[in-house]
Write a protein that binds this ligand. Structure first.
Ligand code: ADP
Length: 589
């Protein structure tokens, strides 16, 4: 039901001028939508690529830094394995071979912790004291622990790092976990986040890297064998801020930052948070990416925060909205152009159609009036002949009736002539036959010819003519029709006993033929329409006096053919003044 209801609207739209532009608009809009989607997708991909590239670079930097520290540890293990005894001096000498402060400045200290049972601690303490490490002392704890790994040697790289000779590395469970893992796997390990002493405005976050050192020559193929062979650990102690800050500065900039947590620890206690991370993470449209990094037995969660403007260029960011806006603009533009073209085309068609109708109408009018004129002229001739006595004497009553018939026939011929001329004018078939004409004579003639009508209406007519006749090169016949029309209108639209004035005069430029009356006048609102075809202004007299509404149109057209105009001034109830203005210099003279 609904469909049937809507159908007329749809078909009306389909036929309307708006249909093609709307289709084009929608089509471009659809295309725009898809381009916008693809621009958005590609921006999305670009951003994702940029995020991963930044993350890869960060993680590679972390790895490569870690690897270089691990190399130092491996070298340290090698030192112990290679000689029967490594003294504190040997350890220091080994480390000094590296340009530690310069190349490994992000570490706090490199050290060696010896695995020992409680029973072995006194010997170890004596051994340390013998080497001059007088502050070596192990806190056995209460109750004592099953085993110990006191720091025997330590080389501080950061000047402020505490020299913790004798500190039992096993005493901290986080360290212990990494050390056990190193011991059992034989690989280098890293602790999770260590809570170390906050100092020098450094946050209390640190971590330690351990490399296991086994007694040379003992088998190391299984966990138990490795546990049995363990001698100690070479280690590197780090402050996370000191370690990661340079990486953050090197890789990321103000528009990105990262935060690191080890996965086996709670996320609310990150090991490290770069300065930019906190600032960026606060923003609403921050992009976040979380990845995992497996490194030395630990899985680290790295959360990245990116400011999107730092990842891709402004141009890239602006592409999707500009595709959308541009598409809408182009769609509107093209649709408007198409609409305008269609409109002008349809106007052209309408004009062509109108013209064809006009032509057909003129044809018909001209044909019909020709056909009417011949018989009407015949009637005039025969009635005229009877009136002149060619058919014998006629009495007074017969003459009166015949004269009426003659007058009616005359009016009929006049109308037919008007219609014929109208048809000729609108089809452009009037060609003026100009000849030098004495206008004084012409005007007088016209007034004389209408004498009967003037007398019948009891009007008083005055004719004002210049002393020296005005002679113009005009089509006598055509101009006569125009003046006749003005005079006959003045007679028709003036109450009986009216005053009509016809005046011919000139100035240096123009000739004026003015017909004024004190008749019914024309309302100012109607004056604009007077000269249009078939316009009759309805007034108190249009009902009683005959007319076609052609006269003024014809008069104006004929005067215009002569290069002139007709003006009108009229006041309802007081009268009208029609003036024909003709140029004195006719173009053909
Ligand atoms: P019509 O055949 O009706 O006279 P015209 O084109 O000659 O046609 O005139 C158009 C209309 O203008 C007339 O119907 C009449 O109302 C008005 N009109 C023309 N001349 C006068 C006049 N002198 N006084 C008042 N009204 C006039």
């Amino acid at each position: 039901m609904k469909l049937r209801y809507f159908h007329p609207h749809i078909s009306a739209l389909y036929k309307s001028l708006y249909f093609p532009p709307v289709v084009i608009f929608v089509a471009i809009l659809v295309a725009t939508f898809f381009s916008w989607q693809s621009a958005r997708n590609s921006l999305h991909n670009d951003i994702a690529d940029a995020e991963h590239t930044a993350a890869n670079r960060t993680e590679n930097a972390i790895k490569s830094d870690m690897v270089s520290y691990a190399e130092v540890l491996k070298g340290g293990v090698g030192l112990f394995r290679g000689s029967t005894e490594v003294t504190h001096n040997d350890w220091s000498a080994y480390l000094q071979a590296y340009d530690l402060a310069e190349d490994y400045g992000n570490v706090q200290a490199f050290g060696y912790a010896e695995a020992a049972t409680q029973a072995a601690l006194p010997d170890l303490t004596a051994y340390a004291h013998n080497q001059g490490i007088t502050n070596f002392a192990v806190d056995v704890g209460n109750p004592p622990r099953p085993d110990y790994a006191p720091v025997l040697y330590v080389e501080r790289i950061a000047a402020q790092a505490p020299a913790t000779f004798g500190y039992d590395m096993y005493s901290n469970p986080i360290r212990r976990a990494a050390m056990d893992q190193a011991r059992d796997t034989g690989a280098i390990t890293i602790t999770g986040r260590l809570e170390v002493q906050a100092r020098d405005s450094l946050p209390p976050d640190g971590f330690t890297m351990f490399a296991p050192y086994y007694t040379p020559g003992m088998p190391l193929t299984s966990v138990t064998e490795r546990q049995a062979a363990l001698r100690g650990f070479v280690f590197a102690a780090f402050r996370t801020k000191v370690f990661f800050d340079p990486i953050a500065a090197r890789i990321t900039n103000k528009s990105s930052g990262f935060r690191i947590t080890t996965t086996d620890q709670t996320a609310d206690q990150p090991m490290y948070t770069s300065e930019a991370f906190n600032a960026i993470a606060k923003h609403k449209d921050t992009l976040k990416l979380t990845r995992q990094l497996h490194l030395y037995g630990k899985t680290w969660r790295i959360e990245y925060a990116f400011d999107r403007t730092g990842l891709v260029s402004q141009v890239q960011l602006r592409r999707p909205p500009s595709v959308l806006l541009g598409g809408i603009f182009i769609a509107s533009l093209i649709a408007t152009i198409v609409l305008l073209l269609l409109r002008s085309r349809s106007r052209e068609l309408a004009a062509q159609k109108e013209h064809a109708v006009e032509l057909a109408k003129d044809e018909l009018l001209s044909l019909a009036s020709h056909q009417l004129r011949t018989p009407a002229t015949g009637v005039k001739q025969y009635v005229g002949m009877v009136l002149q006595g060619f058919a014998g004497e006629i009495d007074g009553e017969q003459r009166r009736l015949l004269e009426k018939a003659y007058a009616s026939n005359d009016r009929q011929l006049q109308v037919i002539n008007e219609i014929l001329h109208l048809a000729k004018i609108s089809s452009g078939r009037i060609v003026l036959a100009r000849q030098l004409t004495n206008l004084n004579e012409l005007v007088r003639d016209i007034v004389n010819e209408q004498e009967n009508d003037i007398t019948a209406a009891q009007h008083e007519v005055t004719v004002g003519l210049p002393k020296r006749p005005i002679v113009l090169n005009i089509d006598n016949h055509m101009l006569r029709m125009a003046i006749e029309n003005l005079l006959s209108n003045a007679i028709k639209y003036t109450h009986p006993g009216g005053q009509i004035d016809v005046k011919l005069y000139k100035n240096w430029r123009n000739v004026f033929i003015r017909v004024s009356d004190n008749g019914i006048g024309i309302a100012s609102g109607d004056q604009a329409n007077l000269f249009k075809q078939f316009t009759r202004i309805s007034n108190e007299m249009t009902q009683e006096v005959g007319g076609t509404g052609i006269g003024l149109y014809l008069a104006k057209s004929l005067v215009e053919q002569h290069g002139g105009t007709i003006t009108v001034k009229s006041t309802p109830g007081k009268g009208s003044i029609f003036t024909i203005i003709l140029p004195r210099e006719s173009p053909e003279l």
